[in-house]
Design a protein around this ligand. Structure first.
Ligand SMILES: C[S@@+](CC[C@H](N)C(=O)[O-])C[C@H]1O[C@@H](n2cnc3c(N)ncnc32)[C@H](O)[C@@H]1O
Length: 339
């Protein structure tokens, strides 16, 4: 028996997402939906096999994958909630011993909210079946994906809800472009080096302007102290957990406290940058991590990395070096403070 899915993709890269699916699952069909970043995919393989093939593959454009059992034509009216409930009820995949959660995503304009769908469908299923609602870790999930005039519904073991990481980001409409793509670089580095940033962290970000890294880090940590003589983007400057020290990293005031992580994206020579990192190590807690970009100021890339690490070895250990997709004329170095 075949299977069907809604697959989200990087917005503006639906064509690439579709090609990725067809390459992995040649027996499938995928078409763009009217709402950007969404594909409807049908496959001749059973649901689990298709999901496993997508799960195992290293993909670039695919995000979430929602199994679909049925399609419902709906309208903007409230009565559509009952139409959706009727179809979900007819799928009949829930029984004794099952726990479930209804998860609705609504796109478009309707006289009802996603929550109305979740509550109505959930109550109906609890009435009609022996399954019970469990919002935290349900064994099954009832998926309702609404695209204005259509709802795609499915009942699936929760493990079949696949979440893949989109690695190429959207093409931005005019005026929508982020103020810097550097934000992606620090996210990539944190992931690639497996750095844990928790919400009690104090982070020192040197060479911070215009603030892409600071913004990303401020979303993960308790406080980010951003150091740069240049301006931060206003949207970063006004973040409540960001402190901007408008000075050079060599001229920090004495009383700025200790940090759990230091990040450095200064556009200066690697050796100069490494010397500054060594001086900053006294502000890093024992065993704390640091991420630094080595800027290739000449074509002798290896030499720059080697020289920088040669200096950094005085204060740091456990070096890892990676060129990440967002690194152009540079590479990223991870290290930990020597104990
Ligand atoms: C590539 S930009 C940093 C981009 C930043 N990571 C972001 O996400 O927006 C390099 C920055 O390093 C700063 N910089 C250069 N030398 C510095 C120094 N000695 N101390 C502090 N910042 C410095 C520059 O002013 C510049 O804003």
């Amino acid at each position: 028996m075949g299977s069907a899915f809604i697959v989200t993709t990087s917005s503006g890269f639906e064509g690439e997402g579709r090609r990725e699916i067809l390459k992995l699952l040649p027996s499938s069909e995928a078409r763009k939906l009217f709402f950007k970043g969404n594909l409807y995919m049908e496959c001749s393989l059973p649901e689990v096999e298709a999901i496993e093939a997508l799960r195992a593959a290293d993909t670039t454009y695919l995000g979430r994958v929602f199994p679909v059992d049925a399609e419902v034509k709906i309208s903007a009216a409230k009565a559509s909630v009952d139409a959706i409930s009727d179809v979900v009820s007819g799928i009949g995949d829930l029984g004794e011993g099952d726990t479930f959660r209804v998860s609705c995503t609504r796109r478009g304009s309707h006289e009802f909210r996603s929550r109305d769908v979740e509550v109505t469908v959930g109550m109906r299923l609890e009435e009609e079946t022996d399954a019970v609602v469990d919002l935290k870790s349900p064994s099954k999930t009832v998926v309702v994906q609404i695209f204005q005039d259509f709802a795609y519904v499915g009942v699936t073991p929760s493990v079949n809800l696949l979440v893949k990481e989109i690695k190429r980001f959207r093409k931005y409409a005019k005026g929508e472009r982020p103020f810097t793509r550097a934000e992606f670089k620090i996210r990539e580095a944190i992931k690639a080096f497996d750095v844990e940033v928790t919400n009690d962290f104090r982070v020192l970000d040197v060479g911070a302007a215009p603030g892409g890294w600071t913004k990303a880090l401020a979303g993960m940590a308790r406080r980010v102290v951003a150091v740069d003589p240049a301006d931060l983007h206003p949207s970063v400057e006004e973040m409540s957990n960001v402190t901007h020290l408008r000075c050079r990293a060599e001229d920090l005031p004495d009383d700025i406290g200790m940090f759990d992580l230091i990040t450095n994206d200064m556009n200066i020579s690697p050796t100069e940058s490494a010397e500054i990192m060594n001086a900053l190590a006294e502000l890093l807690r024992e065993g704390g991590a640091a991420i630094m970009t080595v800027k290739f100021v000449t074509r002798e890339r290896r030499r720059h990395t080697r020289e920088a690490i040669g200096i950094l070895e005085e204060a740091y250990t456990d070096f890892k070096v990676k060129r990440l997709p967002h690194n152009r004329n540079e590479t990223s170095v991870y290290m930990r403070k020597k104990t």
